[in-house]
Design a protein. Structure first.
Length: 319
């Protein structure tokens, strides 16, 4: 072989830049959730739809108009709870919905807080009592349609009551969210693209009255791209989709390569699962033993077998 092709660079006299840039995108996958039969449902925000990958690998459009759906999770009854946001185009409904998978009926759980529309519901987690915690940031530059005064984290109770749990400036831009298996600790991805913005994973104690206290830093990804989606396993470890293959703007670096990072609640980094994509967005545990990890990125759905089961409210593992 005349050249070392692995280390061969571009012809510097023929190109004006050193790397290609994304000029367009046909998909932005997010929010995977796995049902009891092994079907994976995930959002394609750019195309305003929810996709379904059947157990045999068949891919289909499950919902053609998703309201710019982002995060998804099944509740204890096997209903799909969805964050309908406002990013990547028009048509975002800015609400939380729940779909009965047997009938297809869609129920609006909340679309306003104190009479004002949410910014762009992004991700959610459901606790063992059916309470839904969800994040409400806005990443889109156009903010002319905003009615609330802060980006925040909310709790939606089974009786329909909504409580604002966290807001700016305690956190900057809430994104991924998860909970400990014993429901005593809430974990939050605080991911701001602003200069010097947070790229942090926070932990909070959930007190007996359901208020949050004891804010503490679990891990700081700065100055690279921080976390996006996040889930816990049955041991309480955090599995975080984070990183990029190359920096996207001047306010971040490529020091955090794309992958799934596994971190203990005390902030000990256990390792990274490399994923060959530009940027990772979210993940979910599935399979009969909940030991198949599904990972979504800009345009792909990946899977990998792991040795610890994920913590989910549905389907429950047989004991």
């Amino acid at each position: 072989m005349p050249h070392d092709l692995m280390n061969l660079g571009p012809p510097t006299d023929l190109v004006a830049e050193t790397a290609v840039r994304t000029a367009g995108a046909v998909a932005f996958t997010e929010g995977p959730a796995v049902d009891a039969e092994g079907s994976v449902f995930f959002s394609d925000i750019v195309n305003n739809r929810i996709m379904r990958r059947a157990p045999d690998g068949t891919l289909s459009v499950w919902r053609a108009d998703s309201g710019r759906a982002n995060g998804n999770m099944f509740d204890a009854q096997g209903r799909l709870v969805t964050c309908e946001g406002a990013e990547f185009g028009d048509g975002g409904r800015r609400r939380i919905t729940r779909t009965d998978m047997r009938t297809g009926a869609v129920e609006v759980l909340t679309d306003r807080y104190e009479g004002k529309r949410y910014y762009s519901p992004n991700d959610l987690v459901i606790d063992n009592q059916g309470r839904i915690y969800f994040t409400d940031p806005r990443y889109k530059e156009d903010r002319s349609d905003l009615e609330l005064d802060v980006e925040a984290v909310y709790r939606l109770d089974p009786d329909g009551r909504v409580t604002r749990m966290l807001s700016q400036p305690t956190i900057q831009k809430p994104n991924g969210i998860t909970i400990s298996p014993d429901n005593r600790h809430l974990y939050l991805v605080d991911s701001s693209p602003a200069p010097g913005g947070n790229r942090k994973i926070w932990a909070f104690d959930i007190d007996a009255d359901l208020t949050l206290s004891g804010q503490r830093l679990v891990y700081d990804f700065a100055p690279g791209r921080g976390g996006d989606g996040m889930r816990t396993d049955v041991r309480g470890n955090l599995w975080i989709a984070a990183g990029v293959s190359r920096a996207r703007h001047a306010n971040e670096t490529a020091e955090v390569p794309a992958g799934i990072y596994v971190v203990t609640p005390r902030g000990e980094m256990l390792g990274r699962i490399p994923v060959p994509e530009d940027a990772l967005t979210n993940l979910a545990f599935g399979g009969p033993d909940l030991k198949t990890l599904y990972i979504v990125s800009g345009k792909s759905l990946f899977s990998i077998r792991v040795n610890v089961a994920g913590h989910v409210v549905y389907p429950r593992l047989a004991r």
